[in-house]
Design a protein. Structure first.
Length: 528
């Protein structure tokens, strides 16, 4: 539910916004339907780019109601939940109609794309589809499949983004596709035509769990918030037209999310665009790790709806591993290459045991000190909580667990094999880059630690337009401040295994206690 302002008369104001059957004004009329700043030359901040014919030919306006959700048709109620009635009366709030922006949603097609890209920029087309756990084998997102101590840890209500080519005509994820958060890549200086399809069901399942927010209202918390069926993806750092490619619904801006059965299109530029009078100047920038942030800031990350866009060096190419799109070998234009590892931290998941019951918080009711420590933790849809490896209940009190012997908890002998969290692999001495990301989740920040390696804190060069050696940067062995929307580059000096090219398994982990205990750790395997 999006509430912009509860003042009287707002509905009239909102309905006066440019609108068509699908929602926002058609792109070709955007310039004329909003007030024009006379101090700016016409077309200085927005223009029509008809150089890419595919954007025009694959888009069309539709009035087919079967392709639209209840919110797109304006038939869904926005009434308060019944369990809030007493609380609302207690604080003398009279229930009123809540206007959730325009009564319909962002256009499912555009006749002409309006964007930020220079006409000379190389074009990259990316297509992504949102699905829920029903699209997966068994209808559940499995975070840890190991039997015993509650069985497989899973989420049957998960929401995920996949590349559209990984989803079949029935809306199911194809066999052999890696089940991990979305990772897409583009080069610096490219124009990204991003198409997002919504294949979520019109009725989303949701289950109560132990993920909590700050308790500001009595008897109202995360379990009383239902996940949105609308989807959108907000980019970081890129240049774009905020009126049609921001990926979120904000204030009086045209809506930019889409309901089940719909499609929305964005256009982003992998660099910076500045306006100097009537001239627009575009500069390619190698941003590296950036988040794709889902449009529901409360529940989507809780369901696993997170993504990553990695902006690679200009002129580079890459080959992704067959078992993981989060691991790739990137070759730069000068012929040198590096291994790349993408990590998405997840800190607010409502996991279930194999029997469907909710996994409780660490330490029980007296364990988590703050809401920021609640829920379960993972990296890239995988988790290795210490309680599961040690075969005790997650809500065992800390007064008891402090007496346990954790000496061998991280060894393969403890569970008879590798951890189920990502195992990143590289050859000794090979250049590597860890892309550290946290699209959304709890405000409790993490600290990334990679044993046996150190790196530059600010590995930026060429006036921060490229990632590389920066002789003015300090060196660190940990990267701290990893919270919602964080994005960091960890580039170990001397490559995998350090200066002496030591082979073996190196631990990577968070230094934050609840998150580490909850399963945020894994192995960096350096091979000869």
């Amino acid at each position: 539910m999006r509430v912009y302002n509860g003042r009287m008369g707002l509905k009239t104001d909102l309905l006066a916004l440019p609108n068509n059957t699908e929602g926002a004004a058609v792109s070709t009329t955007n310039d004329s339907t909003f007030p024009i700043d006379a101090t700016f030359p016409a077309g200085a901040t927005d223009y029509k780019d008809t150089t890419d014919s595919s954007v025009m030919t694959d888009s069309k306006v539709t009035t087919d109601a079967s392709l639209m959700s209840g919110t797109m048709l304006g038939t869904e109620s926005t009434a308060l939940s019944s369990d809030l009635g007493a609380q609302a009366a207690a604080i003398a709030i009279a229930p009123t109609e809540i206007v959730t922006s325009n009564p319909s949603e962002f256009a499912t097609g555009k006749t002409v794309a309006t964007g930020i890209c220079p006409s000379t920029a190389p074009v990259r087309n990316i297509s992504v589809t949102a699905v829920n756990a029903w699209a997966l084998p068994g209808g559940k997102l499995i975070y840890n499949s190991r039997a015993g101590n509650g069985g497989a840890l899973n989420d049957p209500t998960a929401i995920m983004y996949f590349r559209s080519g990984d989803v079949d005509v029935y809306g199911n994820v194809k066999a052999g596709v890696p089940i991990e958060p979305l990772v897409v890549r583009a080069r610096a200086g490219e124009c990204i035509n991003f198409v997002l399809y919504n294949r979520l069901p019109k009725s989303l399942p949701d289950l109560d769990g132990f993920n909590t927010m700050a308790n500001l209202i009595f008897h109202f918390n995360a379990n009383q918030v239902h996940p949105s069926k609308q989807v959108g993806l907000h980019p970081q750092l890129l240049a774009y037209n905020v009126a049609n490619s921001d990926g979120k619904n904000v204030g009086f801006n045209p809506n930019q999310t889409v309901g089940p059965g719909g499609v929305v299109r964005y256009r982003w530029y992998a660099g910076d665009v500045i306006v100097n009078g009537a001239q627009r100047i575009a500069t390619p920038i190698e941003f590296g790790a950036t988040n794709l942030i889902s449009s529901d800031p409360i529940k989507h990350s809780n369901k696993g709806a997170v993504g990553s866009l990695i902006v690679e060096p200009q002129g580079s190419s890459w080959v992704e591993d067959s078992t993981s799109r989060a691991q790739a070998t990137v070759t730069k234009s000068d012929g040198t290459s590096f291994r790349e590892f993408v990590l998405q931290f997840q800190t607010d998941i409502n996991m279930r045991f194999a029997d469907g019951s909710a996994v409780p918080n660490l330490g029980g009711p007296t364990g988590a000190e703050d809401p920021e420590d609640s829920a379960q933790k993972a990296i890239n849809y995988r988790t290795e909580p210490l309680w599961k490896r040690m075969n005790y209940a997650p809500d065992t009190t800390f007064e008891n667990t402090r007496n346990f012997d954790f000496t061998n908890v991280l060894t393969n002998a403890q569970v008879g094999g590798d951890p189920q969290t990502p195992i990143f692999t590289a050859q000794a001495g090979q250049a590597v880059r860890f892309r550290i990301l946290n699209a959304n989740g709890h405000m409790r920040n993490n600290v990334f630690n990679l044993h046996g390696h150190f790196w530059q804190d600010e590995p930026f060069t060429n006036n921060s337009k490229s990632i590389g050696d920066n002789p003015l940067s300090e060196f660190k062995g940990t990267t701290y401040g990893i919270g919602p929307s964080s994005h960091y580059e960890v580039i170990p000096v001397n490559g995998a295994g350090g200066a002496r090219r030591i082979t073996g398994d190196f631990l990577y982990r968070t230094q934050e206690s609840f998150q580490f205990d909850g399963g945020i750790w894994g192995i960096f395997r350096v091979r000869p």
